[in-house]
Design a protein around this ligand. Structure first.
Ligand code: ATP
Ligand code: FE
Length: 354
């Protein structure tokens, strides 16, 4: 089947066409970022994001279709992110998708943005259920056992900030642009990770829960020890601080992944694939360290190409296709949801009604 995906839950407006048969193929994937619009504010401004999504979502859909040469009538369905995320943005995407569905009569599916990230290993590498994964992004960090397109079990994760958020805060502290991840990674590559000592929270505790909020306080203190009177940092100080941060996050993720893998193996001795997804999965040192770990533990490792780690609509189209192929279609009354946890238990606590 051929499906249109639409994504607008944060600060990227995206549309994609994905074809799913025995394998999945991304026919087109258009992402229009908003970094320029939010640059002056040091973070994403929800109102500005919502307006930009509303203005751009149709254009993204047109562009995604144009790249493939297909018309709406060639499609078999529409998938749209219906949460979680900034509600104004999610609404823009959902309205656009419902409009197209009403005009064409195509079936529509409201997709959980996190399910999009979590199913990406199936889109890119045909990974079969069940598999263990680390979803590590701007707002989330969790070890999930993916059991089906709509079934995820969380076996641990952050108890406070997400690593992406920590990368973004670190960039702010170091005077680097947003989103911070790629800039901190680049600066860290020229730094000495041993010059500043940052903590590795929760490593002394059993289990695979993680904590990242203490890092920024520690980093702030380390920075304040070296800034000049005007608050400026030398290029080398900045690189060393970034490297210390990068090393700390990498160490935490590696050690907790080791524990998650061992725990998962007890439950699932046969299948041992480990996948990562989400924006922070685009980080080179983190990918390399997790790949090393998996090699040591004789576990197959998969990580999506960078463009499918950060927000995109191909993952939404794919997640929608999985549901459509299972006959799981939404009616037009599904809502945009600001909060929508992935795992069964948390969703039940919030009321998982669509
Ligand atoms: P969520 O998916 O949790 O709702 P989101 O959609 O905002 O949040 P993503 O687009 O998946 O998050 O990821 C964006 C985050 O990834 C940002 O915090 C960004 O700094 C981080 N990120 C992107 N590239 C890198 C990188 N190379 N290294 C580290 N972090 C990165
Ligand atoms: Fe995301």
């Amino acid at each position: 089947i051929t499906i249109l995906g639409i994504e607008s839950s944060c600060d990227d407006t995206a549309a994609a066409i994905v074809r799913v048969g025995s394998e999945a193929t991304v026919l087109s994937s258009v992402v229009k970022g908003q970094n320029d619009l939010h640059a002056d504010f040091g973070g994403v401004v929800p109102e500005i994001a919502a307006r930009a999504h509303a203005e751009r979502v149709d254009l993204c859909v047109e562009a995604a279709l144009a790249e493939t040469g297909l018309a709406l009538t060639d499609l078999d369905g529409i998938a749209v992110t219906s949460g979680p995320g900034l509600i104004g943005g999610v609404l823009s995407g959902v309205m656009c998708a419902k409009g197209i569905a009403a005009a064409t009569g195509l079936p529509i599916v409201g997709v959980n943005h996190l399910a999009g990230h979590a199913l990406t290993p199936r889109l890119t590498d045909n990974v079969t259920f069940p598999y263990l994964m680390l979803l590590v992004s701007g707002g989330h960090c969790q070890f999930l056992i993916a059991e089906g397109p709509d079934r995820f079990r969380r076996i641990g994760g952050t108890i406070d900030d997400a690593p992406g958020e920590a990368f973004d805060k670190t960039a702010r502290l170091l005077g680097l642009p947003q989103p911070g991840g790629p800039h901190v990674e680049k600066s860290a590559a020229n730094g000495d990770p041993k010059r500043f000592k940052l903590p590795r929270p929760l490593l002394d505790r059993p289990g695979c829960d993680m904590s990242f909020s203490g890092l920024k306080t520690a980093l702030l203190r380390a920075r304040d020890a070296v800034v000049d009177e005007k608050g400026g940092l030398t290029v080398q100080d900045r690189a060393d601080l970034a490297a210390a941060f990068q090393a700390s996050v990498t160490d935490i993720l590696v050690e907790k992944t080791r524990r998650a893998l061992l725990e998962y193996r007890e439950l699932n001795p046969v299948n041992s694939v480990f996948a990562i997804a989400g924006g922070v999965a685009a980080n080179g040192p983190i990918r390399a360290a997790l790949m090393d770990l998996c090699a040591k533990l004789e576990t197959e490792f998969t990580a999506p190409p960078m463009a499918l780690c950060t927000d995109n609509a191909a993952m939404i189209a794919y997640a929608g296709a999985e549901r459509l192929m299972n006959g799981d279609v939404d009616d037009m009354t599904f809502k945009a949801r600001p909060r929508w946890p992935l795992d069964d238990r948390a969703a039940a606590m919030l009321g998982s009604g669509k």
